[in-house]
Design a protein around this ligand. Structure first.
Ligand SMILES: Cc1cc2nc3c(=O)[nH]c(=O)nc-3n(C[C@H](O)[C@H](O)[C@H](O)COP(=O)(O)O)c2cc1C
Length: 324
């Protein structure tokens, strides 16, 4: 604990230890605001490909929709080499001269968990978990950028899985990464599954406990904290400093309110309607891409049906083509 804050990552003093996960096709500016208002201490954009950012790809830059300076937001990057990462961060700093909202990025997170075959084929994401030399180069490049103060980045970190597959998990490839992160990063998030596991399979929280025991930086747990009770249980059982919440927040952003001890994890009908209107207003103001707006509009409808006690329809936590 540091001052009034619940959790400190680098120089970021967070108001809570419950974090909104990077979520492809879900995490837009207006949704992050809703989660933050309910008590999320830090939020993340969806994963952004460093290679596309380095090429100044317009739609990639548009994914960094950090218009809302109030909401602590980190970007998540997928990079396969230190050079690519440095180039991408250079483009970000340069672009921020004409696009001031990019200066609201307060953290940079590296993705080593995306199970997409396309990413693994190019040697990215979980394919790097065993390659300690490359990881070190990536971590160092990230720290170098932070120290350059080209942007004011309070915390740099990474999100890892337990391995590319079961064999790597059994070899505990994640443990040496903790040591590396201790040296170079401000926090490390452990998604307690290997990359061949889908989200319905149970997460191995014992691995979070093991990683936490070696961490001298805050260790954030992830995987299977689907409601307030399980998020609390993850923290108690593993001793992690914070919990990164994905599907639980898609189901109900009010999970953060419950975790902050400020009310129920289900909104009232009025609260839901106010949140829906606020979401649509902010999304319109920030030209949020239609795929996000469609997804959240359906999400608010799903929540309204649930509050009415109507039966659920369809999968409530996965928009099409996501990299979870
Ligand atoms: C719709 C969706 C999109 C996701 N997008 C990302 C992403 O962009 N980057 C990332 O690191 N993980 C992504 N994930 C994985 C989550 O961040 C998280 O690691 C995983 O869902 C396990 O957490 P949970 O049990 O709280 O859902 C995504 C997951 C879902 C369901």
């Amino acid at each position: 604990m540091t001052g009034d804050s619940e959790l400190r990552l680098g120089t970021l003093a967070l108001s809570s230890r419950w974090l909104l996960a990077p979520l492809e096709s879900v995490s837009d500016c207006a949704f992050r605001r809703l989660c933050w208002q309910q008590g999320a201490g830090l939020t993340f954009t969806e994963m952004i490909r460093a290679r596309s950012l380095a090429r100044k790809n317009k739609s990639t830059l548009e994914l960094i929709d950090t218009y809302d300076a109030d909401v602590p937001t980190g970007i998540q990057l997928l990079a396969t080499s230190a050079g690519e990462l440095a180039d991408a961060l250079g483009v970000l700093a340069e672009a921020s001269k004409d696009a001031p909202h990019l200066r609201n990025v307060c953290a940079v997170d590296l993705n080593f968990g995306c199970p997409s075959p396309e990413i693994i084929r190019i040697g990215g994401g979980p394919a790097l978990l065993k390659r300690r030399g490359k990881l070190k180069e990536l971590f160092e490049a990230l720290r170098r950028f932070q120290r350059s103060q080209a942007l004011s980045i309070g915390a740099v970190g990474a999100k890892i899985r337990l391995g590319l597959n079961r064999a790597e998990q059994d070899q505990k490839v994640y443990l040496p990464i903790v040591e590396l992160a201790n040296e170079h990063l401000d926090y490390l998030t452990v998604h307690a599954r290997h990359a061949r596991q889908n989200s319905d399979e149970p997460a191995t929280w014992a691995a979070i406990t093991e990683a936490r025991a070696r961490a001298t930086i805050p260790l954030i747990g992830n995987g299977g904290a689907l409601d307030a009770a399980s998020a609390q249980r993850m923290r108690e059982e593993t001793g992690c400093a914070g919990v990164l919440i994905a599907r639980g927040a898609i189901r109900s952003p009010w999970i953060f309110r419950a975790l902050s001890g400020r009310g129920s994890s289900e909104p009232s009908t009025d609260e839901l309607e106010q949140a829906r209107v606020a979401y649509l207003t902010a999304a319109a103001a920030h030209h949020t891409k239609p795929k996000f707006v469609t997804w959240h509009t359906e999400g608010f409808e799903r929540m309204a049906r649930r509050l009415r006690g109507a039966p659920a329809r369809g999968d409530a936590t996965c928009p099409p083509s996501t990299n979870g």
